[in-house]
Write a protein of this length. Structure first.
Length: 594
């Protein structure tokens, strides 16, 4: 397939799509799996005309599958050649259903779609519009500058307008990134190192000992995920590095790095990674406007990053969405926010007849405290790991070795409860396992020892009596029998049958009690010569119960090993040391930056 000529796009035809299908079907099994499409998404070697089709297949995978369900034949997670031919029919039927778009213009599809379309014909028309918009955007990206900070800006310029969210739900990460850019762009500038082989090494301040190297985003990635803008590709690089960093913690890791960055609000604190500092969560329902004003005044005075989460019932702005808080005016009590979507319709509060309230579609808007409380349900802000008694923003040079050592001690102090909980919890689990192991081991020892005891005569006095179990047998069961026996000149009473009859009661045990030990009968009694009150009527082991207790011991040993692995997890303590070191280095670097 040849590269499109200048200002031209690929002409969709059945032959074009069939040829693309054959090229993308790497294992030649007759279907295109999501993995095969993902491999093409991240492949820099995919030519532009094929990349346009890859972008369509990736973004509209589910819509293409639903074009003609009669062709599915049980294939639910792949696209067949019949699906591709149906897509060709749709594109041929709607040849001019897309307006021209530029490389820097956000696409309106996927998660930002305004409504769910149920009419098949309307869905097909929408699919055709989206497909041609993706094709045009990818074609435009091919001819665009893909430099780190863009051609029209300083080499080290970091502009918040570069952040434009794609079709995955990682708004919390991009909102946090935008707030860091707004308050302290130097942090972002120092994260990225451009290499000479189309790769970038990203060193997150919260993971300084774990640098992440990623390949330059492909044109498909720049079209579908964090967007290419005239301000450079640095947000896409950070998103990709964040996805690679998250991949090791994901339940279902995805091949496309950016797809590992959504829905991680509960797994990873973005401020912790982006700045090396902790994130403070503040639900608005629990604070007053006065307290919020004080928090924001302090945060912006000390240049701490802040982002806000909208309510699930918001009507004027996107619901359940994260926004960067980029400015606070104490005089007018107005908060300026930026939607990580960027200049997209619906990214700001709109007037009834449509259009942004402030007249500028840039994703940035300001609200007073009353409206902020009406739209949002919480804020999150950077909380430095410094002495809480000193709230001033740190200034001056790099700390000397003594200060660094003190900082390490403070940080270790902060993590001491977590370390203690880890070790304590593991040891408790191990001790519980040891106790569980000892129960059957003690029983086995007692059962074996009883076979060596001397024998005396005894008399069954009662049958059916409820009595307390002896110390060796525990309280597994109580067959309720009482007999007396004499050792020397002293008479003893006991209810233990022994021979493992007294534990894990079964039908055979009742049979033994009722047939072998009638009231008034004389029976041989085995007794402990060192403790004559310790006795039994039967000796030996029961194979079935021995097997159960062996399984019991194995289970208990597994608990012991599990508890010990928790308490002595080398990786946990290594990661903790790295985390402490990273935070300590970050505090020193903040001193140097300012």
């Amino acid at each position: 397939m040849d590269k499109p000529k200048e200002n031209e796009t690929t002409e969709f035809s059945k032959d074009t799509l069939v040829e693309a299908f054959r090229q993308l079907d790497r294992n030649q099994d007759g279907v295109l799996s999501e993995t095969e499409i993902d491999q093409a998404v991240i492949d820099l070697a995919v030519p532009p005309d094929l990349a346009e089709i890859v972008g369509i297949l990736k973004a509209e995978f589910d819509e293409i599958k639903d074009l003609h369900k009669d062709h599915r034949n049980g294939i639910e997670d792949s696209l067949s050649l019949a699906d591709i031919l149906e897509l060709a029919n749709v594109l041929v039927k709607h040849p001019n259903d897309a307006r021209p778009v530029t490389a820097h213009e956000p696409l309106r599809f996927g998660r930002h779609a305004s409504r769910k379309i149920t009419d098949p014909a309307e869905r097909a028309a929408k699919l055709a519009r989206n497909a041609r918009s993706i094709m045009q955007r990818i074609h435009a990206i091919v001819d665009s500058d893909l430099s780190l900070y863009g051609t029209h800006h300083d080499e080290w310029d970091v502009d918040i307008e570069a952040i434009q969210q794609g079709q995955i739900g990682n708004c919390y990460f991009l909102a946090a990134l935008g707030s860091v850019v707004a308050t302290n762009p130097m942090i972002v500038r120092r994260m990225i190192k451009e290499n000479s082989d189309n790769t970038y090494t990203v060193t997150f301040p919260g993971a300084r000992l774990e640098p992440v190297t990623v390949v330059r985003p492909t044109i498909v990635e720049l079209a579908l995920y964090t967007r290419l803008t005239e301000f450079g590709i640095w947000p896409a690089i950070l998103e990709k590095a964040y996805g690679v960093y998250n991949r090791s913690m994901a339940w279902t890791p995805r091949l496309v790095p950016a797809e590992n960055t959504d829905a991680y609000e509960r797994w990873l604190d973005p401020f912790n990674l982006l700045t090396g500092q902790d994130e403070k969560y503040e639900p608005l329902a629990s604070i007053t406007p006065e307290k919020l004003a004080a928090i924001l005044t302090k945060a912006f005075r000390e240049r701490r990053a802040v982002w806000a989460a909208s309510k699930s019932t918001s009507t004027r702005i996107a619901e359940c969405h994260a926004y960067s808080v980029i400015n606070w005016d104490p005089g007018s009590c107005r908060i300026t926010l930026r939607n990580p979507w960027g200049p997209v319709e619906g990214s700001e509060p709109e007037v009834p007849e449509g259009g942004p309230v402030d007249g500028y579609l840039d994703g940035i808007f300001a609200v007073d405290l009353d409206h902020f409380f009406a739209y949002f349900d919480s804020i999150r802000y950077e909380e430095w790991a410094t002495d809480e008694a000193d709230h001033s923003f740190p200034t001056g040079g790099i700390q000397d070795d003594t200060s660094a050592a003190v900082s390490d001690v403070i940080l270790l102090d902060r993590f001491a409860p977590a370390v203690a909980a880890r070790i304590g919890g593991g040891l408790v689990a191990a001790l519980v396992g040891v106790a569980l192991v000892w129960i059957p081991v003690d029983l086995f020892i007692w059962t074996y020892a009883s076979a060596q005891w001397p024998v005396t005569s005894g008399v069954i006095e009662k049958n059916g009596l409820s009595v307390t179990a002896p110390r060796h047998v525990g309280s597994f069961t109580d067959l309720g029998m009482l007999y007396t026996y004499t050792v020397g000149e002293r008479t003893y009473r006991s209810h233990v049958i022994g021979g493992m009859v007294d534990v894990l009661i079964g039908a055979d045990d009742f049979e033994i009690k009722n047939t072998c030990y009638p009231v008034g009968s004389t029976v041989p009694v085995h007794y402990n010569p060192e403790m004559p009150e310790d006795s039994c009527l039967r000796t030996g082991f029961n194979a079935y119960k021995v097997l159960l207790f062996v399984l019991w011991i194995l289970f208990a040993l597994a608990i012991v090993l599990w508890g010990a692995s928790i308490a002595l997890d080398r990786r946990f303590f290594t990661d903790m040391i790295k985390h402490v070191q990273s935070k300590s280095e970050n505090e020193q670097n903040r001193h140097a930056i300012e």
